[in-house]
Design a protein around this ligand. Structure first.
Ligand SMILES: CC(C)(COP(=O)(O)OP(=O)(O)OC[C@H]1O[C@@H](n2cnc3c(N)ncnc32)[C@H](O)[C@@H]1OP(=O)(O)O)[C@@H](O)C(=O)NCCC(=O)NCCS
Length: 141
């Protein structure tokens, strides 16, 4: 059996925009995020309250995944992205990011997100409940 790489999870409120963009591209989320608008990516990082990262636990430690959320740390958290580089998918990193996000948020906070269709089974697999009565206004641009 091949040994799985060790992954280190951390809160990185000052995550570099180039690393954020890298994970969006390498996870396949470039088709649904504004990867060519650096100012918008910077603002997405700056205004987030929760940035959890996953890095290979070795010197140089490249970023392999992240979860970014907006929260009051007391009632609710909206997770705007969970993204794992394709090279590190199906190794438990996505679940690890959600586990660390929930650990940081604590038991008083509900976690919500909107999935792309092809990842919905992942969220069900890790135990999230599908909403019957969720609503949103779609952004126009
Ligand atoms: C969705 C995503 C975050 C999952 O991350 P991951 O690290 O590959 O997932 P994990 O390895 O932690 O998977 C946990 C479990 O879910 C399963 N799983 C992972 N992706 C799945 C998928 N797309 N469909 C069904 N099951 C999936 C795994 O097989 C694993 O099951 P197990 O408990 O039986 O071993 C990752 O594939 C990704 O970044 N995708 C592209 C971006 C995206 O769609 N993000 C979500 C929308 S915001």
């Amino acid at each position: 059996m091949t040994a799985q790489p060790r992954i280190a999870y951390a809160m990185e409120p000052d995550l570099d925009v180039a690393e954020f963009r890298h994970v969006l591209v390498e996870s396949g989320m470039d088709r649904v995020r504004p990867i060519n608008d650096e100012a918008r990516l910077r603002a997405m990082l700056a205004k987030a309250d929760l940035i959890v990262t996953a890095r290979l636990d070795q010197p140089g430690s490249p970023l392999v995944g992240l979860a970014r959320g907006v929260t009051d740390f007391n009632w609710a958290c909206y997770l705007a992205e969970v993204a794992v580089c394709k090279s590190a998918q199906r190794l438990g990193v996505g679940k690890g990011l959600l586990d660390e996000a929930r650990r940081q948020l604590g038991p008083r906070v509900s976690v919500f997100l909107a999935s792309v269709p092809e990842s919905a089974a992942f969220y069900e697999r890790i135990g999230m409940t599908r909403l019957d009565h969720g609503f949103y206004f779609r952004r126009a641009e």
